[in-house]
Design a protein around this ligand. Structure first.
Ligand SMILES: NC(=O)C1=CN([C@@H]2O[C@H](COP(=O)(O)OP(=O)(O)OC[C@H]3O[C@@H](n4cnc5c(N)ncnc54)[C@H](OP(=O)(O)O)[C@@H]3O)[C@@H](O)[C@H]2O)C=CC1
Ligand SMILES: Nc1c(N[C@@H]2O[C@H](COP(=O)(O)O)[C@@H](O)[C@H]2O)[nH]c(=O)[nH]c1=O
Length: 359
């Protein structure tokens, strides 16, 4: 299977499962508190995707007040997109339009320098689109809909996480867009990991497939950092699993020597091991890309060990160096998954570091 970003689908629906009504006005389903949450989720995404019909219907800006704007992405078969819509005219982030082959030439000339138009095949191939996004450095993709797009993503079984909001009213119009239409959806139960009341709406967060395993193993890596001896550097935990999710080794910073990094301590227990070719390394912190204590970085150790998959919680902040572990690993073709939900706990475990005392 080709590499793809972590996909987070986000939708707000009515009690009867509609994303909108049939009026020309955009229907607000979220509460003010929920719109603030969505804004933060956007800030944590590398890119945000909506279907061409949502651009035509809502003219969304797709920006974030809480952080950097994500790259904007859309999909179209018809190529009917208006260069004057906010998707193209607002924000400095890159805009990507994945279009059916036949629509590419006219769209490219119509949009000029406003967006990059990418040939998505004929018919467009979602897996090709996701692989291209991964190649462009998109590790975390937020999919905001609408109905056809959610249906496509769930039917292709590429959703790792779902944020579903239920607003306390009915729409009751048969022609309004539903959260999803009919489709060959994955049949297993998703894992409910969080529910919250936000004003008058219910927010529910679900994980699916590999994301369930990744959150559990990354949680174990985060907990392992509690074993680190007192230190003036990062306190980190790491777990290495094989292709069947069996634990091969664990490690934590300072485990046998004050200079040990967690990933290094775990890898040192394995040596050359053929199981590493299908392994995942979970680390509470982004693997280091520069270090003073020893000559070989954890990014280099992971590359040399041949581990194809890296999952981490917290991007290394600029305390000692400007880290680039995630970028270097991605550039070397490794799959890198960032799970920021667990980052706050890792940050708390590192409050002893300069500049990190305050939340
Ligand atoms: N409440 C909420 O959370 C949200 C609500 N909405 C609502 O959803 C509605 C829009 O949903 P919907 O009408 O289903 O439209 P979508 O936004 O899902 O866009 C569908 C369009 O995407 C393009 N497309 C679909 N499948 C593919 C494919 N395989 N490859 C390439 N392009 C593809 C086509 O564009 P083209 O026609 O150009 O070929 C298609 O018409 C609006 O009313 C909006 O307000 C939207 C987002 C969130
Ligand atoms: N109506 C609705 C949502 N609609 C989504 O938000 C987009 C508008 O984005 P922007 O213009 O940037 O604010 C819109 O096109 C659609 O994707 N989202 C939600 O979480 N809750 C809601 O009730």
């Amino acid at each position: 299977m080709s590499k793809r970003p972590y996909v987070l689908a986000s939708a707000a629906m009515s009690l009867d499962g509609f994303l909108d009504d049939t009026s020309d006005e955009r229907l607000l389903l979220s509460s003010a508190e929920d719109f603030a949450r969505v804004d933060q989720v956007r800030a944590g995404a590398d890119a945000i995707l909506v279907g061409a019909n949502t651009i035509r219907a809502d003219n969304p800006g797709l920006r974030s007040r809480s952080g950097p704007d994500p790259v904007k992405v859309t999909l179209t078969v018809s190529g009917k997109l208006d260069a004057g819509t906010k998707f193209f005219t607002t924000g400095d982030a890159a805009k990507l339009v994945y279009a059916a082959s036949a629509a590419v030439p006219s769209l490219a000339s119509q949009l000029g320098g406003l967006a990059t138009v990418v040939d998505a095949g004929d018919p467009p191939d979602l897996h090709r689109i996701l692989a291209d996004l991964a190649d462009r450095g998109v590790g975390r993709l937020m999919v905001e809909g609408g109905s056809a797009i959610h249906t496509l993503f769930f039917a292709e079984d590429v959703v790792d996480e779902l944020h579903l909001v239920i607003a306390p009213f009915f729409v009751g119009e048969p022609d309004a867009p539903r959260f999803v239409g009919a489709g060959p959806f994955p049949q297993g139960r998703m894992t409910l990991v969080e529910t919250r009341q936000l004003g008058d709406v219910v927010f529910a967060r679900y994980l699916a497939g590999q994301a369930v395993v990744d959150h559990r193993r990354l949680g174990e890596a985060v907990a392992l950092a509690d074993r680190c001896p007192p230190s003036s550097t990062f306190r980190v935990g790491a777990v290495i699993t094989d292709a069947d999710d069996n634990v091969l080794a664990t490690g934590y910073s300072g485990e046998t020597d004050p200079h040990d990094h967690a990933e290094e301590a775990a890898l040192a227990k394995l040596g050359a091991d053929s199981r590493l070719a299908g392994a995942t390394i979970y680390s509470s912190l982004e693997p280091c890309s520069e270090r003073a204590s020893r000559p070989v970085t954890c990014t280099r150790h992971i590359l040399d060990a041949g581990i194809p998959r890296v999952v981490f919680a917290w991007r290394e902040p600029d305390v000692f160096v400007h880290a680039q572990g995630a970028e270097l690993l991605r550039a070397a073709g490794r799959e890198v998954v960032e799970i920021p939900d667990l980052a706050a706990a890792v940050r708390r475990a590192n409050r002893h570091l300069p500049g990190l005392a305050e939340e």
